[in-house]
Design a protein around this ligand. Sequence first.
Ligand code: PMP
Ligand code: GLN
Length: 388
Amino acid sequence: MLVERMRPFTSTIFTEISRLAAETGAINLGQGFPDTDGPASLLADAAANITERGVNQYPPGPGAPSLRRAVADHQRRFYGLDVDPADVVVTTGATEAIAATLLGLCEPGDEVVAFEPTYDSYAASVALAGATLRPVTLHPPHFGFDDDELAAAFSDRTRVVLVNTPHNPTGAVFTRAQLTRIGELAVAHDAVVVTDEVYEHMTFDDAEHIPMATLPVPGLAERTLTISSAGKTFSVTGWKVGWVHGPPELVAAPRAVKQFLTFHGGAPLQPAVANALALGDDFYATAAADLTRKRDLLSAGLRSAGFDVLTARGTYFVVADPRPLGFDDGVDLAWKLPELCGVAAVPVSVFCQSAAAVAATRPLVRFAFCKRDEVLAEAADRLTGLRG
Ligand code: PMP
Ligand code: GLN
């Protein structure tokens, strides 16, 4: 009965692997969610909004004024962006922001350029919009793109270029030069740039998160919609409080559509997230330092278990190559791994559309490191069993 365009999307790899992990009792490093709660002040604030302040009815249309203001303040504080709170639309997570944006901007037959492996909701949202995905491969081991391949993905049907940096699932962080190249092509083809910056505060070593809206490419900021959410930054992935901002005529598209996807939700959570966005620099610095340590812990564990590890420069995921251990198919390995050693991971190739990208990522598996240190240590220990 399901409409044809949704038939490839009946389940998600996260649902499948989380179920497998639960059935086998494996440590779940597949689906990315932290195993500790976010800042205590955020949790207490949300609880008080529910039980003491009565913030339990529909929030105002485009979102709580305090959150829209806080998003604008955050964009100025971290990136020097000048955002009018009136141009911020609060959404049910970044997922809804992406879906509402694509549904609101794409006519059937329009094309959406995105970098593969792509986060799984992209292909489904593009399909829902009746548009066509034009994937550009990020090549292992560094997950950069080829300039000619990028240029070839654009056409006179390109409506949107969807850019996720820091990038899930590869852990890549796009450089200024890469983002500038993407921006120039978007301008040349009169395409809208939609950025997914949900991992904006999760970069390591010398990697820097650069919002495309800040680049000095003439005409770029005027055609850019910026999306982020609270889930990763504040370790509340189940809250689904996200936002999108951009020039008024562009942000009008997701604003119109999201009213009829969910109307508006998360009333008690929105003002709490507003306060959290204003947390001090120490919160953001500590979160990044903690994740750097976790990345190093799991990467070292994977290496000593015999994997080749592809360095993560951002997000909370690390991609590993199991070929030194004798495995050359990541899908096969991800399904066996819980049984083999009590750890779950997700295959990378399932996030790819083109045959070339599927082939390039075939052996790879992704591990999440947003877990307590002792859990990562236990997972590393279990993974050493793979050599056996
Ligand atoms: N984009 C990317 C790249 C993600 O990893 C995620 C989280 N799974 C999302 C969007 C969705 O964010 P949210 O939970 O706020 O909907
Ligand atoms: N963003 C998370 C991940 O990539 C989980 C997303 C989901 O479960 N839909 O692992």
